[in-house]
Design a protein around this ligand. Structure first.
Ligand SMILES: [Zn+2]
Ligand SMILES: [Zn+2]
Length: 276
C-alpha cells in the first residue's frame, strides 16, 4: 500500500472525472490521498472531497503564490476550517522565488505568520520551497517549526538542507521529478536519505512521473515515484511502500485503518466505503 501525501484533487483538472481518478488510485493500492487546498476558493471543495471519501484527507493553507491575497479575515476562516476532523495538516506554505507570483518580502512575512498559526492549531505543516532553500530554512528555524513538524513537499534542496530539515523532525517528500532524465544529481541525494524520513507524493495534476511526463498527473501514478526511490536506494518496492506509508501515518497522525472503519460504521457512514 502507498499513500499519496500531496495532490490537488479540488483543482478544475479533476472536475469531470474525480470519482474515476480516485477509483484508479484505490485499484492501484493507494490507501490514502491528501488533497491540498492552496487558496481560499479551494478550501471548501477540498474539505468536501475529504468528507465524501473515508481515505481522503485535506490540507489547508495559503500557497506562497497567493500570499499577496491574504486579508485580515483569511486567518479566521482558516482557523475555523482547520478544526475539522478531516484536516490533517496546514499548508502548503513557504517560498517560491522561481515564479515570484507574490513579492518575496510578502511571501516571507506570510510564511512566518502561517507557521505560527499551524503551531497554534497544533497541525504539522506542508512546506513548498522553490529556489528559496536558505530563506525557507531560516523561517523554519526562527519560527520554531520543530514544534509542529511536518513535510518538505516536492523536495528539491541539497543533502545539507535535507539533513537540517530531518534534524528539525521534518519528513522529506519525493515527487515524480525523481523519475526525470535530468534527475541524476537529485537521485544521488535521495540515495543517502534515510527511509525513515521519506514520503512519496504526486502533486497531481502537476509533475507526472515518467512514463506520463507532460500529461495530467493523478494519485495512482505515485507508484512510479516509489519504484524509482526503491531503485535508487537499491531496496525493494515493498520496503519503500511500507516505510513511506508508515511515515505518512505518523506525520498526519492517522488512526489505525480498522478503528477508522469501525467508527465510520458507528456513524452510519459505512455506505461511503462501498461506493469506492
Ligand atoms: Zn508546492
Ligand atoms: Zn502542491
Amino acid at each position: 500500500m502507498l499513500i499519496d501525501s500531496h495532490a490537488h484533487l479540488e483543482m478544475p483538472e479533476f472536475e469531470k472525472d474525480l470519482h474515476d481518478v480516485i477509483q484508479r488510485a484505490m485499484d492501484s493500492e493507494v490507501s490514502a490521498i491528501f488533497t491540498v487546498g492552496t487558496e481560499q476558493k479551494d478550501w471548501t471543495r477540498a474539505l468536501e472531497i475529504a468528507r465524501s471519501y473515508p481515505n481522503i484527507y485535506a490540507i489547508l493553507g495559503v500557497h506562497p503564490h497567493n500570499a499577496k491575497e491574504i486579508e485580515e479575515e483569511t486567518y479566521s476562516v482558516l482557523r475555523k476550517l482547520c478544526r475539522e476532523e478531516q484536516v490533517k495538516a496546514y499548508g502548503e506554505i513557504g517560498l517560491d522565488f522561481f515564479r515570484d507570483r507574490s513579492p518575496r518580502r510578502v511571501q516571507i512575512e506570510r510564511f512566518r505568520e502561517q507557521v505560527g498559526l499551524a503551531r497554534e492549531l497544533r497541525l504539522p505543516i506542508v512546506v513548498h520551497d522553490r529556489e528559496a532553500h536558505q530563506e525557507t530554512l531560516e523561517v523554519l528555524k526562527s519560527e520554531r517549526a520543530e514544534e509542529c513538524g511536518g513535510i518538505i513537499h516536492c523536495f528539491s534542496g541539497d543533502e545539507s538542507m535535507a539533513k537540517a530539515c530531518i534534524a528539525m523532525g521534518f519528513y522529506i517528500s519525493i515527487s515524480g521529478t525523481i523519475t526525470y532524465k535530468n534527475a541524476g544529481q537529485f537521485q544521488e541525494i535521495v540515495r543517502y536519505l534515510p527511509l525513515e524520513s521519506l514520503l512519496v507524493e504526486t502533486d497531481a495534476p502537476f509533475l507526472a512521473p515518467v512514463p506520463f511526463r507532460g500529461k495530467r498527473n493523478e494519485p495512482s501514478h505515485v507508484r512510479y515515484t516509489a519504484r524509482k526511490v526503491a531503485e535508487v536506494k537499491k531496496v525493494s518496492f515493498e520496503k519503500v511502500a511500507e516505510a513511506t506509508t508508515g511515515n505518512a501515518r505518523r506525520v498526519f497522525k492517522l488512526n489505525d485503518p480498522l478503528s477508522a472503519l469501525l467508527s465510520l460504521e458507528r456513524e452510519g457512514k459505512g455506505k461511503d466505503k462501498e461506493d469506492l
